[in-house]
Design a binder for this molecule. Structure first.
Ligand code: ADP
Ligand code: MG
Length: 305
């Protein structure tokens, strides 16, 4: 459905997107996750045919985007990072203005379609001009605009960034509905939790390079595996050998030990050291959060380049 082959974009001698190979199946909700500047928007711009790759290709439904940008635009929807509307017009007027670009729709069809879309994004009955909209409302109208041509594939560039929790929830609900209709959704974000809530499969991009790819479950499992409790112990005397059934690994460095365990066993360690009359200089935990693990894989990706 969506495919990139060695997709690369160079800006001023620097690779914004570096040899990206990605395949997204029909009906998937794909989360494209990465920190700011990772190359998410650049990738999306190439996928929707707004900019041309420096090297490599991308395909939507086996149609090469750079060779057939107009054909691709007919079958995709795109919500840009910063969507703009005419502030002095209502939602209906704005959508009708854009819908006129689609020659296949006559006035009746446009009205019907716009009505349906405004209901979908929960903006039906809003008579206010768009200039007075909140960011959440503007994003929802942007989503409606992206859906005007009833596309099978929808690209959304950070649709939930800077939205309040209610705004995030509304976008999320609409995406779930669209996914239930069988649409393929490509959703970018720099927030792991956001992507984890919505997406079936995830790709993590850092410095233009894809560093993780899998289903949400696979990525979660990976994170769980790494979600071990790291305990740092430093003693005043010689460090004894520490044993416990929940210990996975211990690294001893003089009077310091870095313990990886399945649970927080600090209480056991302190009792054990006390019983052996060994003073404790330091005993602390380093439990990575999901966000830490994400940052760690991002860092690993950068280091690997
Ligand atoms: P993201 O969307 O993940 O935040 P971008 O794709 O916007 O990242 O940017 C990736 C890299 O490419 C960044 O280093 C950015 O500064 C650079 N970049 C993006 N667009 C341009 C441009 N039009 N000209 C020069 N550099 C750009
Ligand atoms: Mg971006």
């Amino acid at each position: 459905m969506i495919k990139t082959e060695n997709l690369t974009k160079v800006y001023n001698g620097k690779k914004a997107v570096d040899n990206l190979n990605l395949e997204i199946a029909e009906g998937d909700i794909f989360g494209f996750l990465g920190p700011n500047g990772a190359g998410k928007s650049t990738t999306i711009l190439m996928l929707v045919g707004m900019i041309e790759p420096t090297e490599g290709k991308c395909f939507i439904n086996d149609i090469e985007v750079a060779r057939n940008p107009l054909k691709v635009k007919e079958i995709i929807g795109y919500l840009p990072e910063n969507v703009g509307f005419y502030g002095n017009m209502t939602a209906e007027q704005n959508l009708d203005y854009f819908a006129r670009f689609y020659a296949t729709m006559d006035a009746n069809e446009r009205e019907k379609r716009i009505g349906e879309l405004l209901e979908l994004v929960q903006l039906d009955g809003v008579s206010q001009k768009v200039g007075g909209y909140s960011r959440g409302m503007t994003q929802r109208l942007g989503l409606a605009q992206a859906l005007l041509n009833n596309p099978g594939v929808i690209f959304l560039d950070e649709p939930t960034s800077n939205l309040d929790p209610e705004g995030v929830l509304q976008i999320r609900q609409t995406l779930k509905k669209l996914s239930d209709e069988g649409k393929t959704i490509f959703f970018s974000s720099h927030i792991l939790a956001e992507v984890a809530q919505v997406c079936k499969t995830i790709g993590i991009i850092s410095n233009g390079t894809l560093i993780e790819r899998g289903t949400l479950d696979e990525i979660k499992r990976k994170l769980d595996v790494r979600k071990i409790v790291k305990i740092i112990v430093e003693t005043t005397g010689d460090m004894p050998k520490i044993e416990h059934e929940n210990i996975i690994n211990v690294e001893y460095k003089g009077r310091k030990a870095v313990i990886e365990a399945k649970s927080d066993i600090r209480e056991y360690i302190s009792m054990y050291l006390l019983e052996n009359s060994i003073g404790i200089k330091e005993l602390r935990i380093e439990e990575p959060t999901l966000e830490d693990v994400f940052m760690e894989s991002v860092y690993k990706g950068k280091g690997g380049k």
